[in-house]
Design a protein around this ligand. Structure first.
Ligand code: MTE
Length: 314
């Protein structure tokens, strides 16, 4: 994002476990764990295994474009709490604990309370949604998310008519997030959506990828996915959701007000001050492709911004 990434920070093939090696290792661990039975620390092995999410339904909102490789989706990430390099989140998140976890939901609503991750997993229908994702750094991926439509979560807390925006906040825990020991960006990471954006059927609270619970580097145990906006809107490891009247100030608006706006709608006509947004590199492809307005979701979302000057409200 704001900080220039060097090639050296990009993931090297030997740093990333391939999907097949990973699966073999997983089977090996499973076998080992079963054998170990009463041996020491079996729970630590179990904790390391990603869990399959049962009873998934497929979403009609999915794209049929080819999905990116598991290794790209889990090895090339932005998650500054784990470091600023693209492979840091993979390398530094092995001990991250995403259980127990609950999210405080409060502000301008009639039923403030807690959202427990176990309830979210068991009481809400988990859907697979394959979305194109576009990062502000001009690369993109197609990711098979698992998640719950955000509106169905928010409605449980009964936002009232004063609620115009929703603010999201990430966990602060420098012991688990080594990046938070340094003021790289203002902590905690914060994001926001206008109420109608938050309630839009495309907006998802993701709990998994590739049919399994989210790995830490992708935002375990729950993170936002808004496919028509630049990736930085997709705040990870959320601990608070607040209904508010005024437009929230997001982390990147504070860190780089001339570079990152509140709306962050993918717009090939509005350049980032330091680079063009007209094209993107789909990870895994050689040639760059043209970027589509609203990341190709214009038919579904353009109406939300009718009458707004999207150069001003970037
Ligand atoms: N959330 C938190 N808490 N911290 C971050 O640094 N980075 C954002 C977003 N969410 C970030 C975050 C950015 S810049 C991007 S592009 C996406 O996460 C990347 O999500 P992915 O790694 O799952 O592709």
């Amino acid at each position: 994002m704001l900080i220039k990434k060097t090639i050296a920070s990009d993931p090297k093939s030997f740093e990333i476990t391939s999907r097949s090696t990973y699966l073999k290792r997983r089977d090996f661990l499973k076998g080992g764990a079963a054998l170990a039975g009463a041996m020491m620390f079996p729970w630590s092995l179990q904790a390391a295994l990603p869990k399959k999410i049962p009873n998934l339904v497929k979403s009609p909102f999915s794209t049929d474009e080819p999905v990116n490789k598991y290794d790209d989706v889990t090895g090339y990430n932005n998650f500054y709490e784990f470091g600023t390099g693209k492979s840091d989140p993979y390398s530094n998140s092995g001990d991250f604990k995403s259980r127990p976890w609950s999210v405080t939901v409060d502000g301008l609503c009639d039923k403030p309370g807690q959202l427990d991750i176990e309830d979210l997993m068991s009481k809400f229908q988990q859907e697979e949604r394959i979305y194109r994702m576009r990062c502000v750094e001009a690369w993109s991926m197609v990711i098979p998310w698992v998640g719950v439509q955000l509106s169905s979560i928010l409605n449980k807390f009964e936002p009232n008519s004063k609620a115009k925006y929703v603010e999201f906040t990430t966990l602060v825990d420098p012991e688990q997030f080594p990046g938070q020991k340094y003021p790289i960006i203002p902590w905690p990471y914060r994001e926001g959506l206008r109420m109608d954006e938050a309630m839009h059927p495309l907006t998802v609270m993701a709990t998994g990828i590739f049919g399994e619970e989210l790995p830490p580097q992708n935002g375990a145990p729950l993170r936002l996915v808004v496919p028509w906006k630049y990736g930085f809107k997709g705040i990870k490891s959320i601990v608070r959701i607040r209904f508010v009247e005024k437009q929230p100030v997001s982390t990147w608006m504070t860190a780089g007000p001339n570079e990152y706006g509140f709306y962050a709608n993918v717009n090939p006509e509005v350049d980032h001050p330091r680079w063009s947004q007209a094209k993107e590199r789909r990870i895994g492809e050689f040639l760059r492709r043209p970027t589509l307005p609203f990341n190709g979701y214009g038919e579904e979302v353009a109406d939300l911004y009718k009458g707004m000057d999207l150069r001003k409200f970037f």
